[in-house]
Design a protein around this ligand. Sequence first.
Ligand code: SF4
Ligand code: SF4
Length: 275
Amino acid sequence: MIKGAMAKNNSSSGATILEIQRLSTEDGPGIRTTIFFKGCPLRCAWCQNPESISIRPQLQWMDTTCIGCGTCIDVCPEDALSSGPEGIIIDRHLCTSCGMCSRECPSAAMKMLGKTWGLEKLVAEVVKDRVYFEKSGGGITLSGGEPTMQANFTALLLKNLKKEGIHTALDTSGQCAQDVLGTLLPYVDMVLYDIKEIDPDRHREFTGVSNEKILDNLVYLCRYMETHETPADLWIRTPVIPGAKAAGSCAPSTTSAAANTSVLIWTGHSKTAPS
Ligand code: SF4
Ligand code: SF4
């Protein structure tokens, strides 16, 4: 098991969000707003967003914009910052992520990655683009990181978005407890399900965990879709990483695994199993 991988946020009142991306066209149908949650249970060798791994907000220092004024060191209440030959040193054991240094930095060289959002404010923020969703057949996608790691908040957010009449998509690796998935699905119109690798040994090698739970949850999801109105659509996605795997080997094995569940794959807006 990955050290620290089980750290979760069970709060219903707030979630750590890395980024809210508007006008997204790759995270489901139409024009969407994608909410990237912080916290990920996988450690993919090819990860392009390591800042999304920790569930906590994190401090980032950028040497290219730092003017060396020392303000951040002076204002830090925890004495977590010091100056070294290569610039500002952050003692992450002392840092409490209070954000004071970031707020006081005159050149935006100290930046907090991730912000805690309350439910009401987040809903109000993301429904601003409702007109784009309605015109394009889009909606809101919860992604990450892994949104199921902050499941209580994610469930409430989805529920509120459904009340607003907005199409919802859940982008998940499936690396979560089955009951967590079951809690979210009633409020999800579509699932984007990431399968990184079918071979269990290679999956562990590339991501740090077995794919057993992920494949079990995929079967559970498909059975759920057979007996419920929502989710109506499922997109199974697999990354093609040169050196780690090739399109020729991974895509067919993923399709084959999906077909072996005796259900699958739904596309478009109707539940139609492939022939
Ligand atoms: S975030 Fe707060 S505790 Fe952490 S280094 Fe900055 S001022 Fe210090
Ligand atoms: S306050 Fe900002 S600009 Fe000044 S030393 Fe710290 S990081 Fe650099």
